[in-house]
Design a protein around this ligand. Sequence first.
Ligand SMILES: Nc1nc2c(ncn2[C@@H]2O[C@H](COP(=O)(O)OP(=O)(O)OP(=O)(O)O)[C@@H](O)[C@H]2O)c(=O)[nH]1
Ligand SMILES: [Mg+2]
Ligand SMILES: [Zn+2]
Length: 290
Amino acid sequence: MFDVLASDHRRLRCELRQKVKFATSGVSPVTVGDDVMVTPIDETVGAIDKVLPRRTAFFRPAKLRESERQVIAANLDRLAVVGSVVSPPLKTGLIDRVVIAAQLGQLTPIIVINKVDLGSNGELAEVVRTYTSLGFPTLLVSAITGEGLELLREHLKDHRTIFAGHSGVGKSTLLNVLIPGLKQATSEVSSHSGRGKHRTTTIELFELPHGGLVVDSPGLKVMGLWELERDDVADYYPDFRLHAVDCRFQPCSHSHEPGCAVKIAVQEGKVSRFRHENYLAIRESLEIDL
Ligand SMILES: Nc1nc2c(ncn2[C@@H]2O[C@H](COP(=O)(O)OP(=O)(O)OP(=O)(O)O)[C@@H](O)[C@H]2O)c(=O)[nH]1
Ligand SMILES: [Mg+2]
Ligand SMILES: [Zn+2]
């Protein structure tokens, strides 16, 4: 069953007509953010007759069916990748992956680092500096103290934004603060493992009080990248570009080659080490091009 938000702001519980299911191949015949045609059955129930073409899509390879594309959300224009400073610790590997997935799906990424009330560490300043210099707005916020939330509100206003990130970073808590009256369930981070408990299990869209829509999503364990080839990963690392022209071998994968100017730039502190490490890990995880 799907909740459909009608133009008069009512929500209708809708089933998907069989003919729509059969008309689409793949694992996501309808998903959050889709524009749909609905026949109301009564005040609160309806049926989805048609899914309109998608303008944008945040997607990944489907779980267990990697040859198929799973659309996580449709028709959004912005993606807020949420991390936390500590508890759970900041993982830039996931940030890089989600930022790439956003760009593959025509969404503009912003980076939100939550829980700054818990303190910060030396690594954080470099992370903020690196992403900011790449042109991605990077906001330090706290859902608990309210720090940084005014700026976050400005970035969300009149946009359609999905909040994505590891479990326990505070996606639902942030949305509860941004939307008065919203009561998304939240759960403390496990003191044993330091990980979130995957509290949010459904993906859901909400209206912001001053215009715009936000989507809360279940914590990501991993973020697979759909149809990205090994040799195209560097396209998403514009911080390498300036140096890559000086690599001894052309083309250069910036991994094993001697005389790689990107690796030298990392050693000289001109390219952030974490970006190069994430790049290598993403490359390694992708199929070799045939
Ligand atoms: N100290 C501190 N704790 C926070 C902050 N934001 C959220 N939390 C806590 O972090 C825990 C996890 O928050 P959730 O909102 O459930 O996290 P989530 O990202 O929605 O997690 P999933 O739904 O599992 O993906 C809760 O105990 C929150 O109270 C913050 O800014 N500072
Ligand atoms: Mg949640
Ligand atoms: Zn190189």
